[in-house]
Design a protein around this ligand. Structure first.
Ligand code: AMP
Length: 211
């Protein structure tokens, strides 16, 4: 099964993807994380400011990553496609990747919840696990529960960047969701619940497939 998460910023797709990866073993492919590993000043600034990075750079990174053998049995794609041009890249890639079922999960959250999540989000740079100082606290503040590494706050996790990203989501990403709706493989999940509850809702969806 290939699971694609499309959501407003800070809807929790990174955390839920990590949880799915832990339970089901599908590799978690985060476009944001792939871009953060690119050694290019322009890309780093775009990520920092919450601006979309060039589609050609993303298409190349994504094709390389999805062609790795660990994606043969399925993957979790987090953060793509986010506009109509990327939608056609996505469809092209999906045709050539594996024969697994593609499902789209949209985590829905109100804008105000996203704002709190952004100011509270802490990420482990070592194992990728995501916490929130308000909603999903680590056992020890500032320290990863899983690998004891110090947690960091992403440079794009500030309120100005969030507002800009949310507006871009409404303008550019919502049409992608609307398109997928017409294909009948979209599941909307309430992303404002606790991560465990949201995870259980997603498990029910996944349980309906045997791919
Ligand atoms: P994320 O980790 O998904 O929150 O993404 C962090 C940042 O990476 C975004 O604000 C963009 O700057 C960039 N980014 C992530 N996914 C995409 C995408 N599909 N298209 C363009 N830029 C992206």
């Amino acid at each position: 099964m290939n699971i694609t998460f499309i959501s407003a910023p800070a809807a929790g797709k990174g955390l839920i993807s990590s949880m799915l990866n832990e339970k089901y073993g599908f590799p978690h492919i985060s476009i944001g994380d792939l871009l953060r590993s690119v050694d290019d000043v322009k890309v780093k600034n775009q990520v920092k400011n919450g601006e979309f990075v060039d589609n050609r750079i993303i298409a190349k990174l994504l094709k390389e990553r999805l062609s790795m053998p660990d994606c043969d049995n399925g993957f979790i794609l987090d953060g793509f496609p986010r506009n109509m041009t990327q939608l056609s890249i996505y469809e092209d890639i999906c045709e050539h990747i594996n024969n697994k079922k593609n499902i789209i999960i949209v985590l829905d959250i109100p804008r105000e919840v996203g704002e709190m999540r952004v100011t509270g989000r802490r990420v482990c740079p070592n194992c990728g696990y995501v916490f929130n100082e308000y909603f999903d606290k680590p056992k020890v503040s500032g320290i990863c529960d899983h690998c004891s590494h110090e947690l960091i706050q992403r440079s794009d996790d500030n309120i100005e960047t969030y507002e800009r990203r949310y507006d871009t989501y409404l303008k550019e990403t919502k049409p992608v969701i609307d398109y997928f709706e017409t294909r009948g493989n979209v599941y909307h999940v309430d992303g404002s619940k606790s991560s465990d509850e949201t995870f259980r809702d997603i498990e029910k969806i996944i349980g309906g497939y045997n791919d």
